[in-house]
Write a protein that binds this ligand. Structure first.
Ligand code: URP
Ligand code: ZN
Ligand code: ZN
Length: 461
């Protein structure tokens, strides 16, 4: 049966207009005001925005990290994503030195198979750019459609790769048309500062931030950009948190280089003082890079507005406070880094960004969906509401107000970093490829309905 979504306001990255949307099977088949529809189920969208499903370019589901495993798997994580208006995620597939890429990818497919309720793709970590890995990349890109590669410049002795690895990855990515992503922080400097803090008896969560200063992020961002320019390749800097990194990205983009940047809701809304909360609550606010002084937020918002940064990802990396974050009592280096954001990414961006005049409604769609689809080889199948595109549609009530709370969220984690925050805007219903996943705020999706996405190679958006 066709679905005729009536009376809503279509919002894309380019336009805002009143129109009905007709969905047949998995696709949008018509948009307009005088549609010849025939038999169809009518869905009333009066007073609601029709947004293209959000695309989260940065998630870590069921990922081993910091001596534990993230608390959302591909079922709970994608279900929470759907409740928050996200219909596609791209998750990070970790690899280990000496392991074949195909083996690592198979492990990630096992995690997701039969569990995801919305569509998903993978980015691939490059731990070691040896000859076998560089050779294998051609197959990975061609057969798996994994067209984005991640190099960690931090987490020394765990995930960190050296400059040679990054440079070789960039050169190969240029040949094969992949987008290279970096976690840009200077891991050696952080290692030194961390050891010094511990030696001096400074073990509280706030020292996580003090030992990862903005200069360490700025330096690594600049270095990754310089290597990208040398390789004539393309780079996407994940989770940009500070002015120092924004400045490097802005300068590179002014030169016309293919440099892109993502920030996250936590850096736009929270700040370093949260790490100082009493009773070890600061552990809930441990991310890498860390939360910064508040003034950085204005720099990040204007970078989004001016196109210096193109996307907002969640960096969803949830750990329970009880039993997981608590691993770091008495030693901040043992606090697993990351937090639960997948469900609140869109609302926070709408409420704090659009409602407060920091970004436009169309920029909101661009940053949370369209630009992500373009950068990561999913457009126009994903990332817009257009005839022929997947019917990934969010019915969003801009007038609703609600309070964020762990008591009502759907993420499998025992706290919410935005607990008690009043926000405007609420996801009412969500269609993924034409089928409801959330209907009138009730979950109606099914584990396994989410499909693996093979993505196209990089094309400059
Ligand atoms: O603290 C963070 N960001 N945790 C997730 C892993 C990463 O570095 O993206
Ligand atoms: Zn990272
Ligand atoms: Zn991450």
């Amino acid at each position: 049966m066709k679905k005729w979504i009536r009376g809503g306001t279509v919002v894309t990255a380019a336009d805002t207009y009143q129109a009905d949307v007709l969905v047949e099977g998995e696709k949008v088949v018509a948009i307009g005001n005088d549609l010849q529809v025939g038999q169809a189920e009518v869905i009333d969208a009066t007073g609601l925005y029709l947004l293209p499903g959000g695309i989260d370019p940065h998630t870590h589901l069921a990922m081993p990290f910091g001596g534990t495993v993230t608390s959302d798997d591909f079922f709970t994580g994608t279900k929470a994503a759907a409740f928050g208006g996200t219909t596609t995620i791209v998750d990070f597939c970790l690899t280990q030195k000496g392991q074949s890429l195909q083996e690592a990818i198979a492990t990630w497919h096992e995690k997701a198979n039969g569990k995801a309720v919305v569509d998903y793709g993978f980015h691939l970590m490059i731990a070691d750019a040896n000859d076998q890995v560089l050779e294998e990349l051609a197959t990975v890109i061609d057969q798996e459609g994994i067209t984005s590669l991640k190099v960690f410049m931090a987490y020394k002795n765990v995930l960190m790769a050296d400059d040679e690895t990054l440079f070789k990855t960039l050169i190969r990515a240029k040949e094969l048309g992949a987008l290279v992503q970096v976690h840009a922080e200077n891991g050696d400097v952080i290692d030194y500062l961390t050891n010094k803090a511990l030696r001096e008896g400074n073990t509280d969560p706030i020292y996580h931030a003090y030992t990862r200063p903005p200069e360490a992020e700025g330096e690594a961002t600049g270095r990754a950009i310089a290597l990208t320019a040398l390789a004539d390749a393309q780079l996407y800097v994940v989770h940009v948190s500070c002015a120092d990194a924004v400045r490097r990205i802005a300068e590179a983009r002014e030169k016309g280089w293919n440099i892109y940047g993502e920030t996250c809701p936590q850096y736009l809304v929270l700040d370093i003082t949260d790490l100082d909360r009493p009773d070890f609550e600061g552990a809930k606010y441990v991310w890498s890079p860390p939360l910064r002084e508040k003034w950085h937020q204005d720099v990040l918002w204007s970078a989004l507005k001016n196109g210096i940064l193109q996307t907002v990802g969640s960096d969803h990396c949830p750990f329970n406070f009880s039993g997981q974050k608590e691993l770091g009592r008495g030693n901040f280096t043992k606090i697993p880094n990351g937090g639960p954001i997948i469900e609140d990414r869109l609302t926070l961006l709408y409420s704090e960004g659009v409602r407060q005049g920091k970004i436009s409604l169309n920029q909101f769609v661009d940053i949370s969906s369209t630009k992500v689809a373009k950068l990561f080889g999913m457009f126009p199948q994903k990332g817009t509401i257009a005839v022929g595109s997947d019917a990934d549609i969010v019915l969003f009530d801009p007038a609703a107000e609600r309070t964020i709370s762990a008591k009502t969220h759907h993420m499998n984690v025992d706290y919410n970093p935005f607990e008690g925050m009043q926000v405007h805007g609420e996801v009412v219903s969500v269609l993924s490829r034409g089928a409801f996943v959330v209907r009138e705020k009730e979950f109606v999706g099914q584990a396994g309905n989410g499909r693996y996405l093979k993505r196209a190679t990089f094309a400059r958006p």
